[in-house]
Ligand binder design. Structure first.
Ligand code: TXA
Ligand code: MG
Length: 310
């Protein structure tokens, strides 16, 4: 794939919006860093983000929306959320809130968590693209996993040229540091320091932020975080008595991650299939998944799900 470089004016923005609506990936400028954007409602697009970054595990991603109303459609809103959004949105602040049951989001964007990370970016090109695309945009920093976050379109191309459909060519980012992440699922908690200073947040809250312990700040890393209620058996070629089977490729199951053996489809289906299997109340067996590409992240999550409970 040849990565298009799009000018940040109306035609470039319309092209980028069409690509996003078609499930393609577009790197977009925000005031913090360039984001690797995909339609947050489209599981395959979100799986494509992990594939393009070469992330070996599925961390939950930040969902970008145009305004508070769009955030309220995705998350359970609160007075604290309102105060922080009023003070700092649009801007370099991400709020982690309990997701709404009816939120139209792929399970993968939240990595199966009950909460969702949301922010309203201030960059005018990000704003214009969100309005043109009319979908929430999932966007981690637009760099291959483990590399430095990009603050210029050249950085994006150096890492991801050929792996994404387009990059908006909008010059350097003003902040250059990722957004500050505040968790509001319980007492206000600092999940990641970033481009918005703590004192300014604490001034609005009127109280100090709780510092998250190791692990809480990286929910995806908690070993048994994804554990279903019943035991889960890996690399199964057929179900034992009483088990519900999750298939992949030629290994069939009552449920399947991808009958076609497609890892992108499997990633997009992973969390919803685990939820469905869990809902049966039976022990779960999962077909072998190749340890390549997105299969590495899928196996990482499945191993966590299979790990002994603490
Ligand atoms: O400035 C930024 O925030 C950039 C630009 C592109 O907006 N984006 C960014 O996204 O840094 P990303 O995906 O690299 O960072 C996501 C962070 C991770 O540390 C993840 O653990 C946390 O957000 N996160 C996402 N959802 C979460 C949730 N439900 N609970 C706790 N942490 C969450
Ligand atoms: Mg990053």
């Amino acid at each position: 794939m040849e990565t298009l470089q799009l000018a940040p004016e109306s035609r470039g923005i319309e092209t980028a919006a069409e690509l996003l609506r078609a499930g393609q990936l577009v790197a977009l400028p925000t005031e913090t860093v360039y984001g690797l954007g995909g339609d947050a409602t489209n599981g395959r697009a979100v799986a494509g983000i992990f594939a393009a970054k070469g992330r070996p595990s599925f961390n939950p991603l930040i969902v970008h929306v145009a305004d508070v109303a769009a955030a309220q459609a995705l998350a359970q809103w609160s007075e604290t959320a309102d105060a922080l959004a009023e003070a700092f949105w649009p801007g370099p602040l991400t709020l982690v809130l309990p997701a709404r049951e009816d939120a139209a989001l792929s399970d993968l964007v939240r990595a199966g968590l009950p909460s969702v990370a949301i922010r309203v970016p201030a960059h005018p090109v990000a704003q214009a693209l969100l309005r043109a695309a009319r979908c929430p945009i999932a966007a981690p920093s637009a760099n291959p996993s483990g590399q430095i976050s990009p603050t210029r379109p050249e950085h994006v191309l150096a890492g991801l040229s050929g792996a994404i459909a387009a990059v908006m060519d909008a010059g350097p980012c003003a902040v250059g540091l990722e957004s500050t992440i505040v968790g509001l699922a319980g007492p206000p908690t600092l999940l990641r320091p970033g481009g918005l200073s703590l004192d300014r947040i604490e001034q609005v809250l009127g109280t100090p932020l709780t510092a998250a312990g190791e692990g809480i700040s990286a929910p995806g890393q908690l070993t048994s975080h994804y554990a279903p209620d019943a035991p889960l058996r890996l690399a199964a070629t057929k179900a034992d008595a009483g088990e519900v089977m999750i298939g992949f490729g030629r290994v069939a199951g009552t449920l399947t991650l991808s009958a076609a053996g497609d890892l992108t489809e499997a990633a997009a289906n992973l969390f919803s299939v685990l939820h469905s299997a869990n809902a049966t109340g039976r022990p779960i067996a999962v077909a072998p998944i190749p340890e390549t590409g997105l299969g590495i992240a899928i196996n990482d999550r499945l191993r966590r799900a299979a790990a002994p409970r603490p």
